[in-house]
Design a protein around this ligand. Sequence first.
Ligand code: TRP
Ligand code: SF4
Length: 329
Amino acid sequence: MQRVLSGIQPSGSQHIGHLIGALDNFTRLQGQGDAFYMIADWHALTSKYESVGEIGPATEELTATYLAAGLDPSNATIFVQSLVKEHAELHLLFSMITPLSWLERVPTYKEKLQNATADLGSYGFLGYPLLQAADILIYKAHKVPVGEDQLFHLELTREVARRFHFLFGREVFPEPQAVLTPTPKVPGLDGRKMSKSYGNCIYLRDTPEQILHKCTREMASDPARVKRTDPGNPDICPVFEFHKLFSSPETVEMVNTECRRAGIGCFDCKKKVAEAVTARTEPIRQQIEERLAHPAQLREVLHDGSARARAVAGQTMVEVREAMQMPSY
Ligand code: TRP
Ligand code: SF4
């Protein structure tokens, strides 16, 4: 049985980049293996330590989003990182055997350090990928469905596993592999990667009106197409990228031909994108709102899932302590 593990930080609302880049894969993989999906609230602390009050509500929202996107608690273990203290123990043990230089060279580290609004010069932020390695290895995961930006963290995870095996002479952990969706990088409204920090997102909780507004008023199109009679080039237009992700093959084909001969105007083209995005997100949005109206049920999902996760993590830690010759009396 293949073990699957992934997680998302509860540090803000989920957008369609999360849906296409990660959540779709979470859902697909839950039927194929023994799947664990985490709410990484300790990871959220690396940037939210000055606003800890936001993490609880974001945890509930993420749980509702997991369920609305199709995760099923009878098929997948949905849990909260901070309710499984074993992650912290494994992180600490890994911190003893991981060279500092491995963490300092993580590409996302320096980049985020410079762009961040919060002061990220903390010990915990440097150790972020190592905590992630502990999250993954403690469940002996084989597959980790993630976005493209996480590939280096997976590489580091494998290196840490190898170093553990080399030092303690016991193969406790399988080497986990990342699983990407066919289109892991979703463009934002401005054509850059969709990201909260760029303010270019369509959120899963956006209403049809908000989506229509964002698509028709805020979305970039081929800048060379100024007049309605100018032919456009869909290959360089972010709107066309959205069509490819959300519209039917017929619509994609139609836009591809008509744009090039000025047969369709950008406004109509964007309206069509808004409709296609809404068709995908509106059922999810409604489910998220419905789930959020019943917080006791959400907490029960997390309570039960976290108990299951603790049982598995606890078993791995017995092996880890044995390999490291820690006392068991
Ligand atoms: N770093 C991941 C992200 O920002 C979240 C995460 C934490 C994670 N622990 C994980 C992802 C373990 C996969 C596996 O998206
Ligand atoms: Fe882009 Fe559509 Fe306008 Fe063509 S018609 S430039 S694909 S928005």
